[in-house]
Design a protein around this ligand. Structure first.
Ligand code: COA
Length: 443
C-alpha cells in the first residue's frame, strides 16, 4: 500500500463529507479542542437536502448555528453527552437534548442503545493531525471512545487539522480504517484555565492539606480545580491519573511537582482521556510520550483508578445538601454540564488504598431571580428542590471543602454530616440552615 496515494483516493471536500450523511443518520463527533470545526460549519449544506439527522456531541466549545437557528428544526437535532453553557437555550427550545451518562460508560451505553434498537452508528467524524509516514493519524486531545467508534461506525471520516498535537495511547486511527478524509481550516479552540480569586485560593489551600506527597491526583473541570493546582506547588512527587488534562496539571508538571515517580499504575506516565486548555498545554502534549490519552473505559473505570495508591480526586459541584448529596451537573432539569467522570473518579479514589475524594465548592453563588435581579444564594442547602438531578450520592462522598474549611463525611451519621456542613457554610446562611435541618430531622 502506498499511503500517500490511498490518502489522495480517499480525499473529498468538507461539503462532500457532510453530504455523506443520510436521512435519519446518527453522527458522532467529539468536542473540546479536537472538534471537527469545518465539518460542523458545513452542516448548513444539509438544509433542504436531509432530514431527521441526530448529532451525538460532547463538550462543544462553540455555539454552532444548528444549536439555536430554527431553520435547522427537523433537519438536525443535537444529543449531547456533556453540555456547555450555551446549551441552556437549546434545551429550552428543543434543538438539543441530553444523554445521561457516566463518562466511563459514555461509549458503551450508546452502543447498547443502538444494539437494543437494531440500529447502527452511521458516521464517526474525528478531527486529526496530518497522517504520519506509516499511515496513522492522531486524534490529538481525544482518547474517549475513539477506538470503539472506529470499529462500530458504518462510515469513518477524518478532518485534518494541522494545529493539533500528536499524542499517544488510544488516540490513533489508521488510514485503512478510514472511508473519507477532508481538509479542515486548522482552527483550534482553546480553553485556558480561569484565574483563581482569593476565595478559590482559600479553598485550594484546604484541599492541599488533604493531599499527601506521592499521591496520584485527578483534577476536574471548573475554576476551583485550577486554584487547587496553584495550592499544590509545595508538594512532592505527585502523579496524575485524570479524565481531563488541562493547564493546571501542565503547570504543576513544569514546576517539578508532578513526577509520576511513585504511581502504582502506569508509573512515569500521566494518564487522561481528553485534554482541554490553552496553547501551552497543546504544545506540551505534542509528541509527548509521557502523556497517554487512553480509552475512557480504561481511564474512568473505578477499578483502574483504584490501582493507584493514595488516589485523590478533586471535583466541584453546583449545590450540596446537608446529607452530602451533590447536584453537580444541572440546575433543576436543565443541564449546565454533565456528571462526566465525577462519580467514576470518586468511586475510584474511594476504592484506592489510602485514597480519598474531595468535592470543593464556594459557599455562595450569584443567580438571577425570577424578578430578573441578581441574588446571592447558599450552595450548601438544607434539602435539594424537587426535580434536582443528584450526580453524586451521599454514600459516596468523602470530603466537602469550602473557603470555611473541610467537612469529612465518609462514614459519618446524618446528624454529624449536617453539623459539619453547616460549619463550613457561609456565616450569613448558617442560622437558616440549622433551622431547616432541625425541621427535616437532620439535627
Ligand atoms: N444554583 C443556581 N445556579 C448556580 C449554583 C446554584 N447552586 N451554583 C452555581 N450556579 C451558577 C453560577 O452562578 C454560574 O452561572 P453563570 O455562568 O451565569 O455565572 C454557573 O452556575 C456555573 O457555576 P460555576 O461555579 O461558575 O461553574 P464552574 O465553571 O466552576 O463549573 C461545575 C462547576 C460544577 C458546573 C463543573 O465543575 C462540572 O460540570 N462538574 C461536573 C462534572 C465533573 O465534575 N466531572 C469530573 C471531572 S471533568
Amino acid at each position: 500500500m502506498n499511503p500517500q496515494r490511498t490518502l489522495k483516493e480517499k480525499t473529498i471536500t468538507a461539503e462532500e463529507a457532510v453530504l455523506k450523511i443520510q436521512d435519519g443518520d446518527y453522527v458522532h463527533v467529539y468536542g473540546s479542542s479536537a472538534e471537527p470545526n469545518t465539518f460542523l460549519e458545513n452542516i448548513k449544506h444539509l438544509k433542504g437536502q436531509r432530514k431527521d439527522v441526530k448529532l451525538v456531541h460532547f463538550l462543544s466549545l462553540f455555539p454552532y448555528d444548528f444549536y439555536s437557528d430554527e431553520s435547522y428544526r427537523g433537519i438536525i437535532t443535537t444529543e449531547n453527552m456533556f453540555c456547555s453553557r450555551f446549551c441552556i437555550d437549546s434545551q429550552k427550545s428543543g434543538m438539543m437534548t441530553f444523554i445521561p451518562n457516566h463518562l466511563r460508560n459514555s461509549g458503551s451505553d450508546r452502543f447498547f442503545y443502538y444494539r437494543a434498537r437494531g440500529k447502527q452508528i452511521s458516521i464517526y467524524v474525528a478531527s486529526v493531525t496530518p497522517m504520519d509516514g506509516h499511515g496513522y493519524f492522531s486524534t490529538a486531545t481525544v482518547g474517549m471512545s475513539n477506538r470503539a467508534l472506529v470499529k462500530c461506525a458504518d462510515i469513518v471520516m477524518l478532518e485534518i487539522n494541522e494545529s493539533l498535537p500528536r499524542t499517544f495511547g488510544d488516540s490513533y486511527i489508521h488510514l485503512n480504517e478510514v472511508d473519507y478524509v477532508f481538509r479542515g481550516d486548522n482552527t483550534i479552540r482553546y480553553m485556558p484555565a480561569a484565574e483563581p480569586d482569593e476565595i478559590d485560593l482559600k479553598i485550594g489551600g484546604y484541599v492541599a492539606e488533604l493531599v499527601e506527597n506521592g499521591a496520584t491526583i485527578q483534577l476536574g473541570i471548573g475554576a476551583i480545580p485550577n486554584a487547587v493546582a496553584a495550592a499544590l506547588g509545595d508538594k512532592k512527587d505527585l502523579g496524575v491519573h485524570t479524565e481531563m488534562l488541562g493547564d493546571a496539571i501542565v503547570h504543576l508538571y513544569k514546576k517539578g511537582v508532578i513526577t509520576n515517580a511513585f504511581k502504582t499504575h502506569c508509573k512515569h506516565k500521566m494518564v487522561t482521556t481528553f485534554s482541554l486548555g490553552g496553547k501551552e498545554t497543546y504544545d506540551f502534549l505534542d509528541d509527548n510520550i509521557g502523556v497517554l490519552h487512553l480509552d475512557v473505559a480504561k481511564t474512568n473505570s473505578p477499578y483502574e483508578i483504584a490501582k493507584n495508591h493514595k488516589m485523590v480526586s478533586v471535583n466541584t459541584t453546583l449545590q450540596v445538601d446537608l446529607m452530602g448529596q451533590c447536584a453537580s451537573e444541572a440546575i433543576g432539569t436543565l443541564q449546565i454540564s454533565g456528571v462526566g467522570g465525577q462519580t467514576d473518579t470518586v468511586l475510584g479514589a474511594k476504592m484506592s488504598p489510602d485514597g480519598k475524594s474531595i468535592i470543593a465548592l464556594r459557599t455562595t453563588a450569584e443567580i438571577e431571580a425570577k424578578d430578573g435581579k441578581r441574588r446571592r444564594i447558599s450552595k450548601i442547602t438544607a434539602l435539594h428542590g424537587p426535580g434536582t438531578v443528584i450526580s453524586l450520592s451521599r454514600s459516596d462522598v468523602d470530603y466537602i471543602v469550602t473557603e470555611y474549611g473541610i467537612a469529612a463525611l465518609r462514614g459519618a451519621s446524618l446528624r454529624e454530616r449536617a453539623e459539619s456542613l453547616i460549619r463550613i457554610a457561609h456565616p450569613d446562611f448558617r442560622d437558616a440552615l440549622r433551622e431547616e435541618a432541625a425541621k427535616a430531622f437532620l439535627l
